[in-house]
Write a protein that binds this ligand. Structure first.
Ligand code: ZN
Length: 455
């Protein structure tokens, strides 16, 4: 369905999804981001709340960090609000608590059992609460992606897996429609299980969202989902993937920019609404990604691809992508210095520039250290052939790591300052799960270069 603007004209909506399970800015900084998103050309925000709201339906799990005043600011800025809650899989934030362990599918903390007699009642009460909190919203996004363990408990095993999925999704969609709202769900389970024909059985008014984060459209899955007769939206990723963020601060920006601009152009050409996703971490039990500042180039590009073509950052991001893919420490460090020359138009861009500088420096430090570790054994063996001794080996091969250690300590001080200046959440967790690990390995290595470095 094309989104309806307040003046009644139909336009395909261009939405930004913000996943709150990672690091998020405090209220004032979040408001700055919202103004920036509006300027980029977005029509609304899909908020994935997880445990950032004090849910009445799930007491005792509130993580805090999100200020509900932001909905009023969205209204002022004419940014539509779409709430997203997960209603089958990706419920680690909830099911990890003993109190709700009875609802788990086959004892696993990521998924609800769709046949649990109390599950649907809980979900409907939760949907009532979501609708109450969002009296002006037109949609509720029900998640429903990646239900890896569906049909695995003793009770569910006796049924057809995708029939279980369909019955569950259908009942939820019908309930959302009864609240006078339109349900959205991710479409991947239908194509993963090659049961696309089942999507037709969802009630009229349902919106299927085809998320594809690699490369650019067209994708066969979009066409297949469109055959269901339901409205289909596309979804890109401005920030995603554990492999892009494992141990690093950022993935190469080129992949994200290609994906967001590809989807936006496809949406414009076909009158299809788009949701650009911004993930906070792979799931709520995995490591936190960097702050939204890293996705600013993708936010600009996903808002208006034609603006990105002539944006002064375009050539810098091409260079960063090349350099990150090659992974040579000196090139990463040179790029970190070069980005400081990027022109900025506002405070968000200024902070994003600083984040990219920090991210590239971190990559350089980490890469230099891991390369040094990778070559140490062969370098020690070389002594027998070239005639240099243990002292020279240490001086040439091990001691340079000491300066990288100092660089890592300095880096962390500056990055922590960035966290505080931008009022970012989860500082302790972020640094404990990123730079602290590298620093600890560097210390161990300096003490005894023969150990196995664990990075
Ligand atoms: Zn079950």
């Amino acid at each position: 369905m094309p989104a309806l603007k307040k003046d009644g004209t139909a336009v395909p909506g261009n939405y930004l999804h913000l996943d709150l399970k990672g690091t998020i800015p405090g209220y004032a900084r979040m408001l700055e981001f919202l103004r920036f998103f509006k300027k980029c050309g977005y029509d609304g925000i899909v908020w994935e709340y997880e445990d950032r709201l004090p849910w009445r339906s799930w007491k005792g799990n509130w993580r805090g960090g999100f200020d509900m005043r932001i909905w009023e600011d969205c209204r002022t800025l004419d940014l539509e609000v779409i709430p997203l809650i997960q209603t089958l899989g990706h419920l680690e934030w909830l099911l990890k608590h003993d109190e709700y362990s009875g609802l788990r599918e086959n004892g696993l903390i990521s998924e609800l059992c769709p046949l649990h007699p109390e599950g649907m009642g809980h979900l409907k009460r939760w949907l009532n609460e979501v609708a109450e909190l969002h009296p002006e919203s037109r949609f509720i996004h029900l998640g429903l992606d990646e239900t890896w363990f569906l049909g695995s408990c003793e009770k569910c095993r006796r049924h057809d897996k995708m029939q279980l999925y369909l019955n569950h999704a259908k009942e939820l969609c019908e309930y959302v429609l009864s609240l006078n709202l339109r349900p959205m769900l991710w479409g991947d389970m239908f194509w993963r299980e090659q049961r696309l024909s089942l999507a037709r059985e969802l009630p009229p008014g349902t919106v299927l969202v085809d998320w594809q984060y690699g490369g650019e459209p067209p994708y066969d899955t979009t066409l297949e989902l469109q055959r269901s007769g339901h409205t289909v939206m596309g979804a890109s990723a401005a920030m995603c993937s554990w492999w892009e963020h494992a141990g690093q601060m950022q993935g190469p920006p080129g992949d994200r920019i290609r994906n967001v601009t590809g989807w936006k152009r496809r949406g414009d050409a076909n009158g299809m609404g788009i949701i650009h996703t911004t993930w906070g971490r792979g799931n709520s039990l995995m490591n936190i990604y960097g702050p939204w500042h890293g996705a600013v180039p993708a936010f600009i590009a996903g808002g208006r691809p034609e603006r990105w073509e002539t944006h002064p950052w375009n050539r810098f991001m091409k260079r960063i992508t090349r350099v990150m893919e090659r992974g040579i420490p000196q090139e990463l460090e040179a790029a970190a210095t070069a980005v400081l020359e990027m022109e900025t138009a506002d405070e968000i861009e200024a902070q994003s520039r600083l984040w990219w500088h920090l991210a590239l420096r971190y990559h350089s430090i980490r890469k230099d250290f891991t390369l040094r570790c990778d070559t140490r054994r062969s370098r020690r063996k070389v002594m027998a052939f070239t005639g240099h001794d243990e002292a020279m080996y240490r001086r040439h091969c091990i001691e340079p790591s000491r300066s990288r250690m100092h660089a890592a300590v300095r880096w962390e001080e500056e990055a922590r300052q960035f966290w505080r200046d931008n009022e970012l959440s989860d500082e302790t967790e972020f640094f404990a799960t990123h730079s602290d690990i590298v620093k600890a390995e560097m210390e161990r290595y300096l003490e005894n270069p023969d150990i196995r470095v664990d990075l």
